[in-house]
Write a protein that binds this ligand. Structure first.
Ligand SMILES: O=C(O)CCC(=O)C(=O)O
Ligand SMILES: [Fe+2]
Length: 286
């Protein structure tokens, strides 16, 4: 009986440091106050950065899960432009926003992360989703429904970095599971574009390698950072030291059932996903 009750319980209650981050009740007392602080930070800055979000033993457990799964992931070796899709054809030929940037990472897509993992359960936590929705001030917000993109684990090995890009869904959480010894800083331009315009000066500056105007934080393992990944150009600086930097990327969108086009997923995930989709098409054509 106790087990049955426990299995229905939201894992967020076990994994998150609720004394510090009282997200289980956002309508009363400390939870309501905390929510307001997060919303104010999001409104003013375009991010909300919560260090020590996971309890230490939860962080160890999630990081152990990631480290156990990562050997089953392939090394992604893909080229991406910052939009991860079609480039505005009106851009001049030599515009930096046409640039294709190499992305090398050991990356687990959502379909490679079992529902049994606490990592997936944390992503599927309604308490966490509700918290993200309210900090982002959305009337409705859903976990991404894409079989590859919804939740990812990204390991950047020493000497690699995460190329600048916009995410394909609007709201993103990056949860650091294992910090780099040095470098590996999550770096971004909060709200650098809207649906209509883009801050070209800031974007071109970052693409030319000038990070002086970009935002970064010192983030220890266990830090949970909310931002609008689809509208904020971002990436991770070069990782240095002896071990990889590992993060979990949780994606959300206002649109229910949000899935990403096959072409974009192939561009992002390379051969493995291309083969899955081709096999599926071949079966459907029979
Ligand atoms: O690892 C991070 O902190 C960010 C990674 C990222 O932007 C992504 O996977 O889309
Ligand atoms: Fe991203």
């Amino acid at each position: 009986m106790a087990d049955a009750i426990r299995s229905n319980q939201d894992v967020a209650l076990d994994l998150i440091d609720l004394d510090r981050y009282p997200i289980a009740d956002l309508d009363n007392g400390r939870g309501a106050e905390f929510l307001m602080e997060c919303q104010n930070c999001m409104d003013a800055n375009g991010w909300c950065n919560l260090d020590g979000f996971l309890k230490p033993n939860a962080l160890d457990a999630l990081n152990a899960e990631a480290n156990e799964l990562l050997p089953t992931a392939e090394v992604l070796h893909v080229k991406r432009n910052i939009y991860q899709g079609a480039i505005d054809p009106s851009l001049p030929k030599d515009d930096p926003r046409r640039m294709e940037i190499a992305h090398i990472a050991v990356q687990l897509a959502d379909d490679q992360i079992s529902a049994k993992t606490r990592l997936k359960q944390l992503y599927h936590s309604d308490i966490v989703t509700e918290f993200v929705r309210r900090v982002q001030r959305k009337r409705q917000l859903y976990r991404c429904a894409d079989e590859f993109q919804a939740l990812n684990v990204v390991a950047l090995h020493p000497d690699s970095w995460h190329a600048w890009h916009y995410d394909t869904t609007e709201c993103t959480v990056t949860l650091l599971l294992q910090a780099a010894v040095r470098g590996g800083e999550f770096t971004f331009l909060p709200n650098s574009r809207t649906d209509e315009t883009e801050d070209h000066e800031a974007v071109d500056r970052l693409l030319s390698g000038d990070l002086s105007h970009a935002r970064t934080f010192s983030r220890g393992a266990g830090t949970f950072t909310l931002f609008r990944g689809g509208y904020s150009l971002h990436g991770v600086t070069k990782v240095e030291g002896s071990h990889p930097r590992i993060s979990a990327i949780m994606t959300y969108d206002e649109m229910p059932g949000r899935v990403i086009g096959d072409e974009i997923n192939i561009r992002i995930y390379g051969k493995r996903v291309e083969q899955i989709l081709a096999a599926r098409r071949a079966k459907a054509d029979k």
